[in-house]
Design a protein around this ligand. Structure first.
Ligand SMILES: Nc1nc2c(ncn2[C@@H]2O[C@H](COP(=O)(O)OP(=O)(O)OP(=O)(O)O)[C@@H](O)[C@H]2O)c(=O)[nH]1
Ligand SMILES: [Mg+2]
Length: 404
Protein backbone atom coordinates (compact mmCIF):
# COMPACT_ATOMS: atom_id res chain seq x y z
CA UNK A 1 0.00 0.00 0.00
CA UNK A 2 1.25 3.45 -0.86
CA UNK A 3 2.63 5.50 2.02
CA UNK A 4 0.98 8.91 2.18
CA UNK A 5 3.00 11.99 3.11
CA UNK A 6 1.44 14.55 5.42
CA UNK A 7 3.32 17.83 5.83
CA UNK A 8 2.83 20.07 8.87
CA UNK A 9 3.39 23.75 8.16
CA UNK A 10 3.01 27.04 9.97
CA UNK A 11 4.89 29.80 11.70
CA UNK A 12 7.40 29.14 14.44
CA UNK A 13 5.97 28.17 17.81
CA UNK A 14 2.43 27.44 16.67
CA UNK A 15 2.82 23.86 17.90
CA UNK A 16 3.76 21.87 14.80
CA UNK A 17 6.12 19.54 16.64
CA UNK A 18 3.65 19.23 19.52
CA UNK A 19 1.02 18.08 17.04
CA UNK A 20 3.39 15.49 15.54
CA UNK A 21 4.04 14.08 19.02
CA UNK A 22 0.36 14.07 19.87
CA UNK A 23 -0.54 12.16 16.69
CA UNK A 24 2.31 9.70 17.19
CA UNK A 25 1.48 9.27 20.84
CA UNK A 26 5.14 9.68 21.75
CA UNK A 27 7.75 12.37 22.39
CA UNK A 28 9.44 12.22 19.02
CA UNK A 29 9.99 15.79 17.87
CA UNK A 30 11.61 18.40 20.10
CA UNK A 31 9.13 20.87 21.55
CA UNK A 32 10.08 24.10 23.27
CA UNK A 33 8.74 27.59 23.88
CA UNK A 34 11.71 28.93 21.95
CA UNK A 35 10.83 29.98 18.39
CA UNK A 36 12.76 28.10 15.72
CA UNK A 37 13.24 24.79 17.56
CA UNK A 38 12.69 22.57 14.53
CA UNK A 39 15.32 23.30 11.91
CA UNK A 40 15.31 20.46 9.38
CA UNK A 41 12.21 18.56 8.25
CA UNK A 42 11.60 15.52 10.46
CA UNK A 43 9.81 12.48 9.06
CA UNK A 44 8.12 9.73 11.06
CA UNK A 45 5.99 6.84 9.87
CA UNK A 46 2.67 6.03 11.53
CA UNK A 47 -0.40 3.99 10.72
CA UNK A 48 -3.59 6.03 10.49
CA UNK A 49 -6.68 3.79 10.61
CA UNK A 50 -8.61 4.39 7.40
CA UNK A 51 -5.67 6.01 5.61
CA UNK A 52 -3.00 3.33 6.04
CA UNK A 53 0.72 4.02 6.45
CA UNK A 54 1.55 7.71 6.53
CA UNK A 55 4.69 9.77 6.99
CA UNK A 56 4.21 12.77 9.23
CA UNK A 57 6.65 15.48 8.21
CA UNK A 58 7.37 18.20 10.77
CA UNK A 59 8.89 21.34 9.24
CA UNK A 60 10.68 24.48 10.35
CA UNK A 61 8.60 27.63 10.87
CA UNK A 62 7.68 29.33 7.63
CA UNK A 63 8.30 32.81 9.09
CA UNK A 64 11.93 32.18 10.00
CA UNK A 65 14.25 35.06 9.22
CA UNK A 66 17.93 35.74 8.53
CA UNK A 67 20.25 33.79 6.29
CA UNK A 68 19.92 30.41 8.02
CA UNK A 69 16.24 31.03 8.59
CA UNK A 70 15.54 31.52 4.92
CA UNK A 71 17.43 28.30 4.14
CA UNK A 72 15.13 26.50 6.57
CA UNK A 73 12.07 28.07 4.94
CA UNK A 74 13.34 26.83 1.58
CA UNK A 75 13.66 23.30 2.95
CA UNK A 76 10.17 23.43 4.39
CA UNK A 77 8.86 24.56 1.01
CA UNK A 78 10.63 21.70 -0.73
CA UNK A 79 8.60 19.32 1.38
CA UNK A 80 5.56 20.64 -0.44
CA UNK A 81 6.74 18.77 -3.52
CA UNK A 82 6.35 15.46 -1.72
CA UNK A 83 3.12 15.63 0.18
CA UNK A 84 -0.41 14.31 -0.30
CA UNK A 85 -1.91 16.48 2.42
CA UNK A 86 -0.92 19.64 4.30
CA UNK A 87 -1.85 20.58 7.83
CA UNK A 88 -1.58 24.35 8.05
CA UNK A 89 -1.22 25.32 11.69
CA UNK A 90 -1.89 28.79 12.99
CA UNK A 91 -2.63 30.20 16.42
CA UNK A 92 -4.05 33.29 18.07
CA UNK A 93 -6.24 33.91 14.99
CA UNK A 94 -3.12 35.05 13.22
CA UNK A 95 -3.75 34.19 9.58
CA UNK A 96 -1.63 36.60 7.60
CA UNK A 97 0.58 36.87 4.56
CA UNK A 98 2.60 33.70 5.35
CA UNK A 99 -0.46 31.51 5.75
CA UNK A 100 -2.16 32.96 2.68
CA UNK A 101 0.93 32.36 0.59
CA UNK A 102 1.08 28.77 1.78
CA UNK A 103 -2.57 28.28 0.89
CA UNK A 104 -1.91 29.65 -2.58
CA UNK A 105 1.02 27.27 -3.07
CA UNK A 106 -1.02 24.29 -1.92
CA UNK A 107 -3.81 25.21 -4.27
CA UNK A 108 -1.40 25.56 -7.17
CA UNK A 109 -0.04 22.10 -6.43
CA UNK A 110 -3.50 20.67 -5.92
CA UNK A 111 -2.66 19.56 -2.38
CA UNK A 112 -5.60 19.26 0.03
CA UNK A 113 -5.22 21.35 3.19
CA UNK A 114 -6.65 21.26 6.68
CA UNK A 115 -6.32 24.60 8.47
CA UNK A 116 -5.76 23.86 12.14
CA UNK A 117 -6.12 26.65 14.68
CA UNK A 118 -3.85 25.38 17.44
CA UNK A 119 -3.43 26.62 21.01
CA UNK A 120 -7.17 27.27 21.14
CA UNK A 121 -6.99 26.65 24.89
CA UNK A 122 -5.25 30.05 25.06
CA UNK A 123 -7.23 31.94 22.41
CA UNK A 124 -10.26 30.38 20.75
CA UNK A 125 -10.74 30.44 16.97
CA UNK A 126 -12.67 33.49 15.79
CA UNK A 127 -15.83 32.07 14.10
CA UNK A 128 -15.71 34.89 11.52
CA UNK A 129 -12.19 33.94 10.48
CA UNK A 130 -13.13 30.23 10.43
CA UNK A 131 -16.05 30.97 8.12
CA UNK A 132 -13.95 33.17 5.85
CA UNK A 133 -11.30 30.44 5.56
CA UNK A 134 -13.85 27.76 4.79
CA UNK A 135 -15.48 29.89 2.13
CA UNK A 136 -12.45 31.50 0.54
CA UNK A 137 -9.97 28.67 0.63
CA UNK A 138 -12.41 25.77 0.56
CA UNK A 139 -10.33 23.96 3.19
CA UNK A 140 -11.48 22.18 6.30
CA UNK A 141 -10.90 24.32 9.39
CA UNK A 142 -10.52 22.90 12.88
CA UNK A 143 -10.32 24.58 16.25
CA UNK A 144 -7.67 22.55 18.05
CA UNK A 145 -5.32 22.33 20.97
CA UNK A 146 -2.43 20.03 21.76
CA UNK A 147 -2.55 20.78 25.49
CA UNK A 148 -6.03 19.96 26.73
CA UNK A 149 -6.15 19.01 30.39
CA UNK A 150 -8.97 16.49 30.12
CA UNK A 151 -7.58 13.37 28.42
CA UNK A 152 -10.97 12.30 27.05
CA UNK A 153 -11.59 15.68 25.48
CA UNK A 154 -8.08 15.60 23.97
CA UNK A 155 -8.71 12.13 22.54
CA UNK A 156 -12.00 13.25 21.04
CA UNK A 157 -10.41 16.34 19.50
CA UNK A 158 -7.51 14.32 18.07
CA UNK A 159 -10.07 11.87 16.67
CA UNK A 160 -11.76 14.76 14.85
CA UNK A 161 -8.47 15.76 13.26
CA UNK A 162 -7.71 12.16 12.23
CA UNK A 163 -11.13 11.90 10.63
CA UNK A 164 -10.44 15.01 8.59
CA UNK A 165 -7.04 13.60 7.61
CA UNK A 166 -8.63 10.37 6.36
CA UNK A 167 -11.29 12.32 4.47
CA UNK A 168 -8.76 14.60 2.79
CA UNK A 169 -6.49 11.72 1.83
CA UNK A 170 -9.24 9.63 0.30
CA UNK A 171 -9.18 11.66 -2.93
CA UNK A 172 -5.60 10.69 -3.74
CA UNK A 173 -6.16 7.01 -4.32
CA UNK A 174 -3.88 5.41 -6.86
CA UNK A 175 -5.08 3.30 -9.70
CA UNK A 176 -4.25 -0.35 -9.27
CA UNK A 177 -1.81 -1.75 -11.78
CA UNK A 178 -4.49 -3.63 -13.74
CA UNK A 179 -7.28 -1.12 -13.13
CA UNK A 180 -10.09 -1.78 -15.60
CA UNK A 181 -8.18 -4.63 -17.25
CA UNK A 182 -9.09 -7.60 -15.06
CA UNK A 183 -12.41 -9.15 -14.14
CA UNK A 184 -13.53 -12.24 -12.26
CA UNK A 185 -12.54 -15.54 -13.94
CA UNK A 186 -10.13 -13.85 -16.39
CA UNK A 187 -6.85 -15.57 -17.09
CA UNK A 188 -3.95 -13.13 -17.27
CA UNK A 189 -0.55 -14.36 -18.34
CA UNK A 190 2.43 -12.70 -16.68
CA UNK A 191 5.74 -13.28 -18.42
CA UNK A 192 8.48 -12.86 -15.82
CA UNK A 193 11.98 -13.72 -16.98
CA UNK A 194 14.18 -15.02 -14.20
CA UNK A 195 17.55 -13.90 -15.50
CA UNK A 196 20.63 -12.26 -14.05
CA UNK A 197 18.75 -8.99 -13.66
CA UNK A 198 15.93 -10.49 -11.62
CA UNK A 199 16.40 -9.93 -7.90
CA UNK A 200 17.52 -13.01 -6.00
CA UNK A 201 14.72 -15.16 -4.67
CA UNK A 202 11.82 -12.82 -5.32
CA UNK A 203 9.73 -11.00 -7.91
CA UNK A 204 9.88 -7.29 -8.69
CA UNK A 205 7.24 -4.88 -7.40
CA UNK A 206 5.04 -4.48 -10.53
CA UNK A 207 4.91 -8.27 -10.91
CA UNK A 208 3.80 -8.67 -7.30
CA UNK A 209 1.29 -5.84 -7.70
CA UNK A 210 -0.18 -7.52 -10.79
CA UNK A 211 -0.54 -10.91 -9.06
CA UNK A 212 -2.23 -9.26 -6.11
CA UNK A 213 -4.59 -7.29 -8.34
CA UNK A 214 -5.55 -10.46 -10.22
CA UNK A 215 -6.20 -12.32 -6.96
CA UNK A 216 -8.26 -9.40 -5.64
CA UNK A 217 -10.53 -9.84 -8.66
CA UNK A 218 -10.85 -13.62 -8.22
CA UNK A 219 -9.17 -14.07 -11.56
CA UNK A 220 -6.27 -16.38 -12.46
CA UNK A 221 -2.65 -15.31 -12.79
CA UNK A 222 -0.56 -17.57 -14.98
CA UNK A 223 3.03 -16.72 -14.18
CA UNK A 224 5.72 -18.14 -16.46
CA UNK A 225 9.12 -17.58 -18.02
CA UNK A 226 9.37 -16.51 -21.70
CA UNK A 227 10.61 -19.99 -22.66
CA UNK A 228 7.33 -21.56 -21.49
CA UNK A 229 4.98 -19.16 -23.22
CA UNK A 230 4.68 -20.81 -26.62
CA UNK A 231 3.78 -24.23 -25.19
CA UNK A 232 1.33 -22.65 -22.79
CA UNK A 233 -0.51 -20.75 -25.53
CA UNK A 234 -0.72 -23.93 -27.63
CA UNK A 235 -2.88 -25.49 -24.91
CA UNK A 236 -5.69 -23.21 -26.02
CA UNK A 237 -6.60 -21.91 -22.56
CA UNK A 238 -8.41 -18.57 -23.05
CA UNK A 239 -6.15 -15.62 -22.25
CA UNK A 240 -7.51 -12.13 -21.57
CA UNK A 241 -4.19 -10.30 -21.57
CA UNK A 242 -0.47 -10.98 -21.62
CA UNK A 243 1.82 -8.75 -19.58
CA UNK A 244 5.52 -9.10 -20.08
CA UNK A 245 8.75 -7.64 -18.82
CA UNK A 246 9.64 -5.03 -21.44
CA UNK A 247 13.16 -6.45 -21.90
CA UNK A 248 11.68 -9.51 -23.67
CA UNK A 249 8.73 -7.77 -25.32
CA UNK A 250 10.00 -8.42 -28.82
CA UNK A 251 10.33 -12.19 -28.45
CA UNK A 252 7.06 -12.39 -26.57
CA UNK A 253 5.33 -10.23 -29.20
CA UNK A 254 6.29 -12.77 -31.86
CA UNK A 255 4.69 -15.60 -29.90
CA UNK A 256 1.47 -13.92 -28.71
CA UNK A 257 -1.19 -13.92 -31.51
CA UNK A 258 -2.31 -10.46 -32.65
CA UNK A 259 -5.82 -10.96 -31.21
CA UNK A 260 -4.51 -11.28 -27.64
CA UNK A 261 -3.73 -7.90 -26.05
CA UNK A 262 -0.11 -7.58 -24.98
CA UNK A 263 1.52 -4.95 -22.82
CA UNK A 264 4.44 -4.56 -20.42
CA UNK A 265 4.77 -4.17 -16.66
CA UNK A 266 6.47 -0.83 -17.04
CA UNK A 267 3.68 0.53 -19.25
CA UNK A 268 1.12 -0.67 -16.68
CA UNK A 269 3.09 0.93 -13.87
CA UNK A 270 3.28 4.24 -15.68
CA UNK A 271 -0.45 4.12 -16.27
CA UNK A 272 -1.08 3.44 -12.56
CA UNK A 273 1.36 6.01 -11.28
CA UNK A 274 1.82 8.86 -13.65
CA UNK A 275 0.12 11.06 -16.23
CA UNK A 276 -0.26 8.39 -18.88
CA UNK A 277 -1.35 10.53 -21.82
CA UNK A 278 1.39 13.04 -21.13
CA UNK A 279 3.96 10.24 -21.13
CA UNK A 280 2.63 9.05 -24.48
CA UNK A 281 2.93 12.52 -25.98
CA UNK A 282 6.41 12.80 -24.50
CA UNK A 283 7.39 9.48 -26.06
CA UNK A 284 6.35 10.79 -29.44
CA UNK A 285 8.59 13.83 -28.88
CA UNK A 286 11.49 11.43 -28.53
CA UNK A 287 11.35 10.90 -32.30
CA UNK A 288 11.96 14.61 -32.84
CA UNK A 289 15.14 15.02 -30.80
CA UNK A 290 18.00 16.84 -32.52
CA UNK A 291 21.78 16.73 -32.28
CA UNK A 292 23.03 18.59 -29.22
CA UNK A 293 19.72 18.33 -27.33
CA UNK A 294 19.86 17.62 -23.61
CA UNK A 295 17.72 14.83 -22.18
CA UNK A 296 17.01 14.86 -18.46
CA UNK A 297 16.78 11.48 -16.75
CA UNK A 298 14.81 11.53 -13.49
CA UNK A 299 15.78 8.64 -11.26
CA UNK A 300 13.43 8.80 -8.33
CA UNK A 301 14.33 5.47 -6.76
CA UNK A 302 17.95 6.08 -5.88
CA UNK A 303 18.72 3.05 -3.79
CA UNK A 304 18.02 0.47 -6.42
CA UNK A 305 21.19 -0.63 -8.20
CA UNK A 306 19.47 -2.07 -11.26
CA UNK A 307 17.32 1.05 -11.54
CA UNK A 308 20.49 3.13 -11.69
CA UNK A 309 21.93 0.96 -14.35
CA UNK A 310 18.79 1.34 -16.45
CA UNK A 311 18.66 5.11 -16.00
CA UNK A 312 22.35 5.91 -16.37
CA UNK A 313 23.31 3.49 -19.10
CA UNK A 314 20.52 1.57 -20.79
CA UNK A 315 18.00 4.34 -21.42
CA UNK A 316 20.57 6.85 -22.78
CA UNK A 317 21.99 4.17 -25.08
CA UNK A 318 18.56 3.13 -26.31
CA UNK A 319 17.48 6.69 -27.00
CA UNK A 320 20.69 7.55 -28.86
CA UNK A 321 20.52 4.40 -30.92
CA UNK A 322 16.85 4.87 -31.72
CA UNK A 323 17.12 8.54 -32.72
CA UNK A 324 20.59 8.34 -34.27
CA UNK A 325 21.35 11.75 -32.70
CA UNK A 326 24.21 12.92 -30.54
CA UNK A 327 22.55 13.84 -27.28
CA UNK A 328 23.61 15.04 -23.84
CA UNK A 329 22.17 13.36 -20.79
CA UNK A 330 21.78 14.84 -17.35
CA UNK A 331 20.59 12.98 -14.27
CA UNK A 332 18.67 13.94 -11.18
CA UNK A 333 18.43 11.54 -8.28
CA UNK A 334 15.66 11.12 -5.75
CA UNK A 335 13.38 14.09 -5.40
CA UNK A 336 16.18 16.67 -5.71
CA UNK A 337 15.30 20.05 -7.12
CA UNK A 338 15.47 20.27 -10.92
CA UNK A 339 17.78 23.03 -12.19
CA UNK A 340 16.93 24.75 -15.47
CA UNK A 341 20.25 25.90 -16.95
CA UNK A 342 20.33 28.30 -19.88
CA UNK A 343 21.66 26.57 -23.01
CA UNK A 344 23.44 28.14 -25.96
CA UNK A 345 21.80 28.57 -29.38
CA UNK A 346 18.36 29.08 -27.94
CA UNK A 347 18.00 25.42 -26.97
CA UNK A 348 15.65 24.49 -24.14
CA UNK A 349 17.19 23.44 -20.82
CA UNK A 350 15.94 19.97 -21.70
CA UNK A 351 14.40 18.80 -24.96
CA UNK A 352 12.85 15.86 -23.13
CA UNK A 353 12.63 14.48 -19.60
CA UNK A 354 12.47 10.74 -18.95
CA UNK A 355 11.05 9.75 -15.58
CA UNK A 356 11.78 6.36 -13.97
CA UNK A 357 8.92 3.99 -13.18
CA UNK A 358 8.61 5.63 -9.80
CA UNK A 359 7.98 2.46 -7.86
CA UNK A 360 9.32 4.07 -4.69
CA UNK A 361 7.53 7.41 -4.88
CA UNK A 362 3.89 8.38 -4.65
CA UNK A 363 1.72 9.47 -7.53
CA UNK A 364 1.52 12.93 -6.00
CA UNK A 365 5.29 13.26 -5.84
CA UNK A 366 5.52 12.28 -9.49
CA UNK A 367 2.75 14.66 -10.46
CA UNK A 368 4.46 17.54 -8.68
CA UNK A 369 7.72 16.96 -10.50
CA UNK A 370 6.01 16.66 -13.82
CA UNK A 371 4.04 19.84 -13.20
CA UNK A 372 7.29 21.78 -12.78
CA UNK A 373 8.52 20.45 -16.13
CA UNK A 374 5.18 21.12 -17.78
CA UNK A 375 5.30 24.74 -16.62
CA UNK A 376 8.60 25.07 -18.47
CA UNK A 377 7.14 23.47 -21.59
CA UNK A 378 9.35 20.38 -21.35
CA UNK A 379 7.82 17.13 -22.63
CA UNK A 380 8.01 14.19 -20.24
CA UNK A 381 7.95 10.51 -20.84
CA UNK A 382 9.09 7.57 -18.75
CA UNK A 383 11.45 4.61 -18.91
CA UNK A 384 8.78 2.13 -19.93
CA UNK A 385 7.55 4.28 -22.81
CA UNK A 386 11.08 5.08 -23.97
CA UNK A 387 12.00 1.39 -23.98
CA UNK A 388 8.76 0.52 -25.78
CA UNK A 389 9.41 3.14 -28.46
CA UNK A 390 13.07 2.29 -28.93
CA UNK A 391 12.34 -1.41 -29.26
CA UNK A 392 9.48 -0.91 -31.70
CA UNK A 393 6.75 -2.25 -29.44
CA UNK A 394 5.19 1.07 -28.50
CA UNK A 395 2.10 0.83 -30.70
CA UNK A 396 1.18 -2.64 -29.56
CA UNK A 397 1.96 -2.17 -25.87
CA UNK A 398 0.22 1.17 -25.55
CA UNK A 399 -2.47 0.55 -28.16
CA UNK A 400 -4.50 -1.74 -25.92
CA UNK A 401 -5.64 1.19 -23.81
CA UNK A 402 -8.58 3.10 -25.14
CA UNK A 403 -7.35 6.24 -23.39
CA UNK A 404 -5.32 7.20 -26.45
N1 LIG B 1 -1.19 26.16 25.53
C1 LIG B 1 -0.76 25.50 24.49
N2 LIG B 1 0.54 25.42 24.24
C2 LIG B 1 0.95 24.72 23.16
C3 LIG B 1 0.04 24.07 22.29
N3 LIG B 1 0.74 23.48 21.31
C4 LIG B 1 2.03 23.72 21.55
N4 LIG B 1 2.17 24.50 22.66
C5 LIG B 1 3.42 25.01 23.22
O1 LIG B 1 3.93 25.95 22.27
C6 LIG B 1 5.35 25.92 22.30
C7 LIG B 1 5.88 25.66 20.89
O2 LIG B 1 5.50 24.37 20.51
P1 LIG B 1 6.28 23.56 19.36
O3 LIG B 1 5.53 22.31 19.16
O4 LIG B 1 7.72 23.47 19.67
O5 LIG B 1 6.05 24.57 18.16
P2 LIG B 1 6.62 24.49 16.66
O6 LIG B 1 5.58 25.03 15.78
O7 LIG B 1 7.12 23.12 16.39
O8 LIG B 1 7.82 25.53 16.76
P3 LIG B 1 9.14 25.62 15.87
O9 LIG B 1 9.77 24.28 15.80
O10 LIG B 1 9.96 26.59 16.61
O11 LIG B 1 8.74 26.14 14.54
C8 LIG B 1 5.75 24.84 23.29
O12 LIG B 1 6.05 25.43 24.50
C9 LIG B 1 4.50 23.98 23.40
O13 LIG B 1 4.39 23.33 24.64
C10 LIG B 1 -1.35 24.19 22.60
O14 LIG B 1 -2.23 23.68 21.88
N5 LIG B 1 -1.69 24.90 23.69
MG1 LIG C 1 8.95 22.46 15.90
Amino acid sequence: MEVKNIGIFGRRNVGKSSLVNLLLGQDYAIVSPEAGTTTDPVKKRMEIPGAGPCNLIDTAGIDDTGETGSKRVKKSKMIMEQIDLALLLFAGNCFGREEKELLKEFKKKDIPVISVHNQSDIIGLDPGLAEELRKKSGTDVLEFSCCLIDENVQRKKTGELLELIVKNLSGSKERTILEGLVEEKDNIVLVCPVDSEAPHGRLILPQVMAIRDILDHNATATVLQPSELEDYLKKGVPVKLVVTDSQVFKEVGEIVPADIPLTSFSILLSRAKGPFREYIRGAEKMEKLEDGDTVLILESCTHHATCQDIGRIKIPRLIEKHTGKKLHFEFISGLDEIPFPVRPEGKKSYALAVQCGGCMVTRKQLENRIRILREKGIPVTNYGMAIALATGIFRRAVGIFNEI
